[in-house]
Design a protein around this ligand. Structure first.
Ligand SMILES: C[S@@+](CC[C@H](N)C(=O)[O-])C[C@H]1O[C@@H](n2cnc3c(N)ncnc32)[C@H](O)[C@@H]1O
Length: 278
């Protein structure tokens, strides 16, 4: 468990007190998001549970713009990414239809109070086939655990050690597009905290692209280094990466058709097994 400062302990206790209420005002929800400390009673590092800082989650919602869309938030924590998607869209009267999947029951309990608009599923993301039973989404979002965190399974194609690519791989099966917060080394570019944008030609993101055919896109250009010191119990450089899964499948289909002269299976969705490049 993290060692909290006196001020952090006090604010966390206040957030806990607020959470005993059945319904929270928007101000109370904001307070809990900013002050409930994931390291107070849980070992954040072991489960990769570092929640997205407030300001970064607000910026992320630009890249995951999803007014009116059916959205799945994978490894949702207490729901900060979904919270901003809802609140960004609410003045348009076109809020997204949100589903949050999170394995920690306490986080789900809190999430239900902070983002009551979402459907909350307390489940392991690797059980997505049983839990979501063929459902399709327009957009997937995630700030998943980073790196070699313990997991119960694999994505449909990816067999590496990086949790974030397993989640992206699952998202590709569930949604047409996705926006993800990943450690900088897992992006195919370096932008945050750098003097200029740089595309990289090697590394895990490029390998995943070769494996899956899904191309990583830069988002709107959020420099996440601005929030580097706002994470609780960690300080990390990350990037926001975006994927257009259905568009890429269509492109792959057209290429395959050109090469083989054969008709390709109906789009938009083909099961992972057909796409596996071994
Ligand atoms: C880096 S935190 C981010 C939480 C939230 N997305 C956010 O942006 O604040 C990752 C979350 O993934 C959850 N998690 C870890 N393994 C999981 C799994 N197998 N299935 C679902 N959630 C998982 C953790 O409990 C934690 O809440």
């Amino acid at each position: 468990m993290a060692k909290l400062t006196k001020a952090q302990r006090k604010a966390h206790a206040e957030a806990e007190a607020i959470l005993t209420k059945d319904r929270l005002s928007e101000d109370e929800q904001d307070f809990v998001f900013q002050n409930w400390h994931e390291g107070a009673n849980h070992i954040s590092g072991a489960s990769g549970a570092f929640f997205t800082p407030w300001g970064l989650a607000a910026d992320f919602s630009i890249d995951a713009a999803s007014a009116g869309a059916k959205v799945i938030d994978l490894c949702a924590g207490i729901g900060i990414l979904s919270y901003f998607l809802h609140h960004r869209a609410k003045y348009t009267n076109n809020c997204p239809d949100l589903t949050c999947v999170e394995v920690n029951p306490r986080y789900v309990e809190i999430g239900r109070k902070l983002v009551p608009e979402a459907r909350w599923i307390c489940a392991d993301v690797f059980d997505w086939r049983e839990e979501l039973k063929g459902e399709r989404f327009d957009v997937a979002v995630s700030n998943p655990p980073f790196g070699s965190v313990k997991r119960s399974g694999n994505g449909p194609r990816y067999r590496g050690r990086l949790f974030e690519f397993h989640v992206i791989d699952i998202a590709a099966e569930l949604a047409d597009s996705g926006a993800f917060i990943v450690p900088q080394r897992s992006a195919a570019f370096r932008y945050s905290g750098m003097p200029c944008h740089q595309r990289v030609e090697t590394g895990p993101a490029v390998n995943y692209q070769k494996l899956s055919g899904y191309q990583l896109h830069e988002g709107a250009g959020v420099d996440t280094s601005f929030y580097k010191d706002d994470w609780k119990d960690t300080s990390i450089l990350c990037e926001i990466t975006c994927y257009e899964f259905t568009e890429d499948r269509a492109r792959q289909g057209r290429v395959q058709k050109r090469l083989s002269g054969q008709p390709v299976p109906a789009l938009p969705h083909r099961p992972a097994e057909q796409l596996a490049l071994r």
